[in-house]
Ligand binder design. Structure first.
Ligand code: ARG
Length: 458
């Protein structure tokens, strides 16, 4: 078996070495980026006078062929191909002969793999951002559709105060807006070309890394060759962003699971987005939401695994860094699928608005309104809290309706009882950013504007 580095070695590599160290089974996903990097590199070598124009063109033609072979599945990998980089270079040399053998001039797999992975991550994170926007659009549509419908807002999973359903849906929408913002920041920071750093120290050849960076569409070029080949901050950031997207989806998923139970009864899942039980004929299960919640554990694991892998590495490249790819690929795939499934789930679910309203309009949900009513008449809030708390306790202990107790209590002025009428409490959340109709209207407009700006590419 002959590897690209066999010149230094007497014998071929052990079978166990190859079995343990190859990355081709997973890094072939970087093929298009590897070819893009090689095209830019070979053009740079030509500008530097290291390759003639004829040699450059021969290599570019060979790269086109390799790209077509990989795309069609006709590319033949050999046992000696350690990774996608060596496989592509070997085939280019088969096809372009001596010109192909010049492709790796002034380049190392260390700057090559860092370049490939940045190109790949930039593209994939943009695709994730598009999927997040799709979910935001569904949240927005559903928020519009449900108008002023309300449900209980919860703290400690105990009913606290009524909130508009639109407000609740938009709360998830804003979390996703921060995710988009974070992805933008991650993409901006990773948009730096490492190509030209060589193995670790640059080159004696007259290369121009900035020109190659521009050719690849990178926003800038590395400042330090050691940092360029050993920095995987961008992978860590991407994994954090993806893990947090997972956490956000998982929290939404948890609510969908709760809401779809008979106990809550707030939501009916569409048949196409739920699963049955192999034994229990009556079951309709929220598996998409449960797997979103469950797979988020892996997303967190991928992040912590990568950080643990990085923490002890001396500069510059170490083979440990090859372990950056599988967690990244896994997290990207997991989040892409979860976003698509959760978007469909949310778009197709039926909200049971009557059940939500009935749960929200329990008299005790208006307890804070009663206290604030007393505050408006000059009672200190702490005293008002105690008065209403005592009434609620009596209502529960003695089985007397809260409204009857309020009506009989001299502390309350006219209008207090009406605060307990159905649908009233939620209208009283009027402060900016609050949960009532008057405050949600401008919030919804602001969210719609943010989504529209994003969709327009602003
Ligand atoms: N497959 C390797 C990786 O993913 C490519 C770089 C190999 N470099 C080296 N010096 N062995 O990191």
């Amino acid at each position: 078996m002959s590897t690209l580095w066999h010149g230094r070695f007497e014998g071929g590599p052990a079978e166990e070495l190859m079995a343990f160290t190859v990355s081709l089974p997973f890094d072939r996903r970087l093929a298009v980026d590897d070819i893009a990097g090689s095209r830019a590199h070979v053009r740079g070598l030509c500008r530097a006078g290291i390759l003639t124009e004829a040699e450059r063109d021969a290599v570019l033609t060979a790269l086109d062929t390799v790209e077509a072979e990989l795309a069609s599945g006709s590319f033949t990998f050999l046992d000696s191909d350690e990774d996608i980089h060596t496989a592509v270079e070997r085939r280019v040399t088969d096809l372009a002969g001596a010109a192909g053998a010049k492709l790796h001039t002034g380049r190392s797999r260390n700057d090559q793999v860092a370049t490939d992975l940045r190109l790949f991550t930039r593209r994939e994170l943009r695709a994730i951002a598009d999927r997040i926007l799709g979910l935001q659009q569904v949240l927005l549509e559903r928020a519009r559709e449900v108008g002023d419908a309300h449900l209980p807002g919860y703290t400690h999973l105990q009913r606290a105060q009524p909130v508009l359903l639109a407000h609740h849906l938009l709360a998830h929408g804003w979390a996703l807006a921060r995710d988009l913002d974070r992805l933008d920041g991650t993409i901006a920071r990773l948009d730096v070309s490492p190509l030209g750093a060589g193995a670790l120290a640059g080159s004696s050849l007259p290369l121009d890394p900035a020109a190659v960076a521009a050719d690849l569409g990178f926003a800038s070029v590395f400042d330090n060759s050691l940092d360029a080949v050993s920095d995987r901050d961008f992978v860590a950031e991407a994994l954090f962003d993806l893990a947090l997207i997972g956490v956000h989806l998982s929290r939404l998923a948890e609510e969908i699971i709760l809401w779809s139970t008979d106990e809550f009864g707030f939501l009916r899942l569409d048949d196409a987005y739920s699963t049955g039980s192999s034994m229990l004929p009556q079951k309709k299960n929220p598996d998409i939401a449960e797997l979103t919640r469950g797979k988020t554990g892996r997303l967190i694991g991928n992040l912590t695994g990568l950080l643990a892998m990085l923490k002890g590495l001396p500069l510059a490249y170490n083979r440990d860094l090859q372990e950056d790819k599988e967690p990244l690929f896994d997290s990207l795939d997991t989040v892409a699928l979860a976003l698509a499934a959760m978007t469909g789930l949310l778009a197709s679910s039926t909200f049971r608005l009557d059940a939500m309203a009935a749960a929200a309009d329990a008299e005790t949900s208006a307890a804070t309104d009663l206290a604030e009513h007393l505050v408006a008449t000059g009672v200190p809030f702490r005293d008002a809290h105690a008065i209403v708390g005592a009434l609620v306790r009596r209502s529960l202990d003695e089985g007397i309706a809260l409204r009857d107790l309020v009506a009989a209590s001299p502390e309350f002025a006219d209008g207090a009882v009406a605060l307990l009428d159905r649908g009233v409490s939620v209208t009283r959340r009027t402060t900016p950013g609050g949960a009532g109709p008057a405050a949600v209207a401008p919030q919804l407009a602001a969210f719609a504007a943010a989504v529209a700006a994003r969709a327009a590419g602003e």
